[in-house]
Design a protein. Structure first.
Length: 289
């Protein structure tokens, strides 16, 4: 009641849900810590299956978007601060054609996290569907970009439901929602939520490949493909990056999304994938004889 009344007096009713959540978490932790019945509350990064431990992570994620300061007469002045990414995180400035959708590709070209999430989604669905996913998620969150802190702190069931809305973000939205949250939790823990920190300042292609392979959901092949995308289209070219990316680093190889720059190259990459699938099927059939 106090939060609702105060926000109404300040004409900030739109912030009621978030402010109530923050107040509830802070008061609960204060009561627990003040009673000395539990250890001092600390910021945690629980897994997607955890049923508790997200309180202070939610508080941090929401509070980073606000700025509150005192004024004469004890009437606080408020303003909505820029999202954390624009204040602290590096963005990109590239023109990509991976989703073959202008709005989706625009986000992929400026957002390191969107590019990583698109790469994570690129399995068991057409490439365009996968790389359109980050834009769809951002739109459903009502945001201009993806924020690792916010996604990591979201309720797993609610986030899975968001990805499952029609049209679904992926053929397996529940499973991919869990993987995206695991990726964001890792980025929060190791890079303060800044996806570009994965490749910022890296010395060699081998070092970058190692960092990418450490990301949840990124095996060696996916890591090499993303490394090739960084080198070929995003200007990240540490020494030995082509060698570290393997065959995907070869110029004009048309093996992966790293080589897609428009409809023509997309068709070539898709043809290559079909050839590889046919060869694998034939080899399997021959082995079964």
């Amino acid at each position: 009641m106090f939060v609702r009344h105060t926000l109404s007096r300040w004409n900030l009713q739109a912030q009621e849900e978030s402010a109530t959540l923050v107040m509830s978490e802070l008061v609960t932790n204060a009561i627990k810590a003040g009673g000395l019945t539990e250890p001092e509350p600390k910021l945690q990064h629980p897994g997607c299956d955890a049923t508790s431990g997200r309180g202070l992570l939610l508080v941090e994620s929401l509070a980073k978007q606000w700025d509150v300061y005192g004024t004469p007469g004890d009437e606080p002045a408020h303003r909505q601060a820029p999202p954390a990414r624009t204040r602290h995180h590096r963005s990109m400035d590239a023109t990509l054609h991976l989703a073959q959708d202008p709005a989706a590709d625009e986000l992929l070209g400026r957002s390191p996290l969107a590019a990583l999430v698109g790469m994570l989604l690129d399995q068991q669905v057409p490439m365009e569907w996968a790389f359109k996913g980050p834009r769809t998620i951002a739109d459903r969150l009502g945001a201009a970009d993806l924020d690792a802190h916010e996604i990591a702190a979201r309720d797993p069931e609610a986030f899975a439901a968001l990805l499952s809305e029609k049209p679904a973000v992926h053929r397996y939205p529940g499973s991919m929602a869990k993987r995206i949250q695991q990726l964001c939790q890792y980025l929060v823990e190791h890079y303060d939520g800044d996806a570009s920190g994965v490749w910022a300042g890296v010395g060699t292609g081998a070092d970058l490949l190692k960092r990418l392979e450490e990301l949840p959901g990124f095996g060696k092949q996916k890591a090499q493909i993303f490394l090739a995308l960084l080198g070929k289209q995003l200007g990240v070219t540490p020494k030995g990056w082509r060698e570290a990316a393997g065959a995907y680093g070869e110029a004009k190889s048309y093996r992966s999304v790293a080589d897609i720059t428009g409809p023509e190259s997309l068709a070539k990459v898709r043809a290559h994938k079909q050839e590889m699938k046919a060869a694998a099927k034939a080899a399997k059939a021959a082995g079964g004889k």
